[in-house]
Design a protein around this ligand. Structure first.
Ligand code: ZN
Length: 508
């Protein structure tokens, strides 16, 4: 009975969080700007209500009874995992004083304005005082949450449980060793032709083609929809209502297409979660308080990157779909072969803007941010020293000179809202994507044959069986062990990038 009560009560937490997700989807797609102030309050109210219900006496009573009821179950059973996760989530949230959360929320609202002004003026000193306070608040949060080695570990826990600063540092060093020689070699190599990507592509045709390709790889639009936003995103309310957005530039067509494929990858993950997990903690992130079924932010990113990069940016994909894209844009691509198109959408060029970075250079933007965040959090880097540290790392990693603070240290919104510790999930996602794709295709050559024939069902089936269906039942590392036989391993990713870019750029 207690277990049933626990499921009922956590279902209501999921309802609050989903209501918040719907308000947030609306805010980002439909809402007039003037609604922003009230909407922020509504979202905060729902998040607090969800947290308070999670930490309520009612929940704790149900949890205690449920723990006794599932005591005989296997530790890896869905029931035992649910009970353990609720216990951990309550403990996590109770460690963070509400007073600290209130200060963080209030500063977040104010700091956003200050950051926007600083960015407009390309002047970091305007933002520095707010960021200093934000870093202090995050350091207090880390102390409250607790950690073994490094305070940054406590902050990453919310987004990527199990990730440590020491582990990231080893991972990053290996990536740098594998990738810097490629970046340097490509800088001197002849660039593939890409002029045709910048032609005048009609907005309606772009949205139609983006949706056509998202559906083609398996995004189910009977349980979803595609809209246009400034920043593309995916949001799921249940596995039966998973929405995506993309952005459109009339003079740069790949943005809408790969935005849609990326978000469709996230959506396919959520649409594939075991229906029995709906409204339970196995489809609710009770730590980050987000009604999502993916097991970590990095695991989620692995699915979007896999479909976007390993499928959508593959040679086979364009050998198969060049006819489709030519039909979608009559007359615009008549002078382009599938091989030229494939090379153009894989063009690599170091830039100082993260969101515009290509597959090969993206991770350097992430390493730089994660490393600087960790140093600010442990006090070894003062906020005042941040712009210099940023520009130096950009030069070291990508060989580029940052022209000003707006295009350097001030480019991301994350710090203004107080979010520190999220960036690593992008790189972990890239690594996981390559590891999963390598296992799927090497153990099942039929999957590769099917991809060569534009049949995406076998790959999607493997990903559903090995990743999506489990929701949050297994940890990220358990999921990887079960699917690939080993923990997070950067080698398949480095091998993939080396193979692909050596070929495209004819490097020896
Ligand atoms: Zn993503």
């Amino acid at each position: 009975m207690s277990y049933a009560r626990l499921i009922e009560a956590t279902g209501r937490v999921n309802d609050f969080l989903n209501a918040g997700s719907i308000l947030s989807w609306d805010a980002r797609t439909m809402m007039p700007k003037a609604g922003a102030e009230t909407r922020a309050k509504q979202l905060a109210t729902l998040a607090v209500a969800a947290r308070n219900l999670l930490c309520s006496d009612e929940m704790k009573r149900a949890l205690e009874g449920a723990e006794a009821e599932v005591a005989g179950k296997l530790e890896s059973s869905a029931e035992a995992r649910i009970v353990a996760q609720v216990r951990e989530a309550i403990s996590y949230h109770e460690r963070i004083p509400t007073e600290l959360l209130r200060r963080k929320t209030e500063l977040g609202a104010a700091a956003h304005e200050v950051w926007a002004e600083a960015r407009e003026n390309a002047d970091f000193s305007i933002f520095a005082p707010a960021l200093t306070t934000m870093v202090d608040i995050n350091r207090e949060m880390a102390q409250a949450i607790g950690f073994e080695d490094h305070p940054y570990d406590a902050l990453m826990y919310r987004f990527e449980p199990g990730t440590t600063t020491a582990g990231l540092s080893t991972l990053f060093a290996r990536l740098r060793d594998g990738m810097i020689p490629l970046v340097r070699a490509i800088a001197d190599a002849e660039k593939p032709r890409s002029d045709f990507l910048f032609r005048d592509y009609p907005v309606d045709a772009q949205m139609e083609f983006a949706l056509q390709m998202a559906k083609r790889i398996g995004y189910d639009t009977d349980r979803g929809r595609l809209d246009t936003t400034v920043h593309p995103f995916e949001v799921s309310f249940t596995r039966n209502d998973v929405r995506i957005t993309t952005r459109v530039a009339t003079d740069y067509m790949p943005m809408s297409l790969f935005g849609a494929l990326h978000e469709a990858g996230h959506a396919i993950y959520e649409q594939g979660i075991n229906p029995a997990y709906t409204r339970t903690p196995l489809a609710t992130d009770l730590i980050s308080l987000y009604a999502v079924g993916g097991v970590s932010f990095g695991a989620h990113e692995s699915q979007s990157r896999l479909w976007e990069n390993h499928v959508g940016r593959s040679r086979a994909f364009w050998a198969n779909h060049m006819g489709d894209i030519k039909a979608a844009y009559p007359g615009l691509l008549d002078d382009v072969t599938d091989e030229e198109f494939y090379r153009a959408v894989n063009r690599s060029e170091p830039s100082f803007i993260r969101v515009e970075a290509d597959e090969l250079t993206y991770d350097f933007h992430i390493m730089l941010r994660a490393e600087l965040e960790a140093k600010m959090v442990d006090g070894s880097l003062e906020v005042a020293e941040l712009p210099d540290a940023w520009n130096t790392a950009m030069k070291d990693y990508l060989g580029v000179d940052v022209p000003n603070d707006a295009q350097g240290v001030l480019q991301d919104v994350h710090w203004s809202s107080g979010q520190i510790g999220t960036f690593c999930n992008y790189t972990i996602g890239n690594i996981m994507a390559a590891q999963l794709f390598e296992t799927a295709t090497s153990e099942n050559p039929d999957i590769l044959t099917a991809l060569d024939g534009a049949n995406y069902t076998p790959l999607r089936g493997w990903l559903t069986d090995n990743v999506a269906q489990h929701g949050r039942r297994f940890t990220r590392d358990e999921l990887l062990e079960n699917a690939t036989g080993r923990a997070l391993d950067p080698e398949p990713y480095i091998a993939h990038l080396t193979r692909k870019f050596t070929d495209i750029y004819a490097l020896s």
